[in-house]
Design a protein around this ligand. Structure first.
Ligand code: NAD
Length: 496
């Protein structure tokens, strides 16, 4: 049902599909936008055109250490604020973000390449973390019990863990920042956020929103160092830092876990995925194809949750493949700001070339490209919707995260076979299952994944615990669990 508000919003969106007037290109430390300690700048390009959008400050290691020091200075007073104050600031941040949805979405599309519709959906999702954790900020509980021996009261209070370093990827430049900042601030932690070098402008805009919402100086700091390695390493070795929350590739996550170990820094890791999408014998083909389109094509396939491998029961394989290929063929591709395009650009030519190499290898191994299969000529990091049939269950493409609009289809005969193939990976973030409720739930329990979508093509929800098992990560973001990552229990033994 469309409401008057929707109509109003749609009108505004048409008016203002332009990036914000002010871009935040410096560092934000101790409540001030300030230049870095070096004159070096980082160029940010529009991947759909290759054109330069802006240059941002290249933060030095000393800048990053200053950001941690500012967060450390602000820590005690922020932790001491009444939860209701922290909650209301986060609520204001949600309101501002929703009001500025159109220009923020345009900014995401411009620096990331994704379609404007995907960018709008990201802003809705990203803003919701502020609202959700505004609500969680006032619900941090504790415990009070009598010891079994009756010799004391066991009082457990839950306290902010301390200064948090938040490192985010380019594929969801707004949502990955708010999914960390919101629970950190709600819990009473102060933070330094380091966005991906490819997409720093969206994170800068979010930091500005938090400042306008009333976050005091030093509570949120923002740095953009390149290379990231030495700067993040220095922050993790700063004695004030007690938390690392990282979203990105498993390779970098592994490296940062090693670095966090030196100072025993608590680490939450949201890493790579390799989601299987299972179409069981009892599935409704229309629903499965619609779900496959969302699970594969949301964010142009550049989501850790993206369906990476499609396992389809032999009895449905022909019909599913035909209808899915048709829907993929009908997907229009081009610059994301043009509303006609459902699929935008990938983040860079290098990423586009990686996707092309994965497809070329799959074809060498016997797959047939029913749709797509070759990058178009011309400017921009585009790769077309691609469906690969006849993929062998052990093909290399089943073992790597594609991160692009490419769907390999593998045919199975038995449920055991499908589950075995689906679980044959070191990743364990998401699985998708289509089928009758009983079979789909049975398979959902057998999949090795932190999250399973049953007869749904998308499952991300700020109110649900998001995270992976195996090499897809440690810890959860969102839900009532998300704030726990930023809290520590303190046990006080009391003898009256
Ligand atoms: P990436 O690992 O290359 O980079 C992520 C972040 O780490 C960026 O900010 C980058 O600048 C920084 N970084 C890179 N090298 C570093 C180093 N040596 N030391 C410290 N920081 C470093 O990942 P990406 O290419 O930006 O994002 C894509 C990956 O992120 C995919 O694997 C995707 O699955 C994953 N991802 C996971 C989730 C999740 O919730 N599980 C969500 C989104 C993306």
């Amino acid at each position: 049902m469309t409401t008057l508000q929707d109509v109003d919003r749609a009108d505004k969106d048409r008016e203002s599909r332009a990036i914000p007037d002010a871009l935040f290109t410096e560092l934000y430390i101790a409540g001030q936008w300030r230049p870095p300690g070096s004159s070096e700048r980082i160029e940010v390009h529009n991947p759909a055109t290759g054109s330069l959008i802006a240059t941002v400050a290249n933060a030095t290691v000393a800048d990053c250490e200053a950001a941690v020091a500012a967060a450390a200075d602000a820590a005690a007073s922020w932790a001491a604020r009444p939860p209701r104050h922290r909650s209301e600031i986060l609520r204001r941040a949600w309101e501002i973000m929703v009001a500025e949805r159109a220009s923020l979405a345009a900014l995401i599309t411009t620096e990331n390449g994704k379609s404007y519709a995907d960018a709008q959906a990201e802003i809705d999702y990203a803003a919701e973390f502020f609202r959700w954790f505004a609500e969680e900020a006032v619900r941090i509980g504790g415990d009070y019990r009598l010891s079994p021996e009756g010799d004391k009261r066991i009082v457990v209070s839950r306290e902010p863990i301390g200064v948090a370093v938040l490192v985010t990827p380019w594929n969801f430049p707004a949502a990955m920042a708010t999914r960390k900042l919101a629970p950190a601030l709600a819990a009473g932690c102060t933070a330094v956020v380091k966005p991906a070098t490819e997409t720093p402008l969206t994170a800068g805009a979010i930091v500005d929103i938090l400042a306008r919402a009333g976050v005091p100086a030093g509570v949120v700091n923002y740095v953009t160092p390149r290379p990231a390695g030495p700067a993040v390493r220095a922050m993790l070795h700063h004695p004030a830092v007690r938390k690392l929350s990282f979203t990105g590739s498993t390779e970098v996550g592994r490296l940062l876990l090693h670095e966090a170990a030196d100072n025993i820094v608590s680490a939450s890791m949201e890493l790579g995925g390799n989601a299987p999408f299972l179409v069981l014998e009892s599935a409704d083909i229309g629903a499965a194809v619609a779900g496959a389109m969302v699970a594969k094509m949301r964010n142009g396939g550049c989501a850790c949750t993206a369906a990476n491998r499609f396992y389809v029961h032999r009895s449905l394989a022909d019909a599913f493949t035909r209808d899915f290929a048709e829907a993929m063929r009908a997907t229009t591709m081009g610059p994301g700001l043009d509303p006609a395009n459902a699929l935008g650009a990938l983040i860079s030519d290098a990423e586009r070339n990686k996707v092309a190499a994965v497809v070329a290898r799959a074809v060498d191994e016997g797959a047939i490209a029913l749709v797509g299969g070759h990058p178009p000529s011309g400017p921009g990091a585009f790769y077309p919707p691609t469906v690969l049939a006849g993929v062998h269950p052990d093909a290399a493409i089943t073992q790597r995260e594609i991160f692009g609009p490419v769907a390999p289809i593998i045919v199975f005969d038995t449920e055991d076979e499908a589950v075995d193939w689906a679980n044959r990976t070191q990743m364990g973030l998401v699985g998708y299952v289509y089928g009758d409720a009983c079979s789909a739930m049975r398979v959902a329990h057998r999949l090795q994944a932190g999250m399973v979508a049953v007869n749904k093509g998308v499952l991300s929800d700020p109110a649900a615990p998001f995270g992976g098992i195996k090499q897809s990560g440690l810890g959860r973001e969102g839900g009532s669990e998300g704030i726990e990552e930023y809290l520590e229990e303190k046990y006080i033994a009391v003898d009256f």
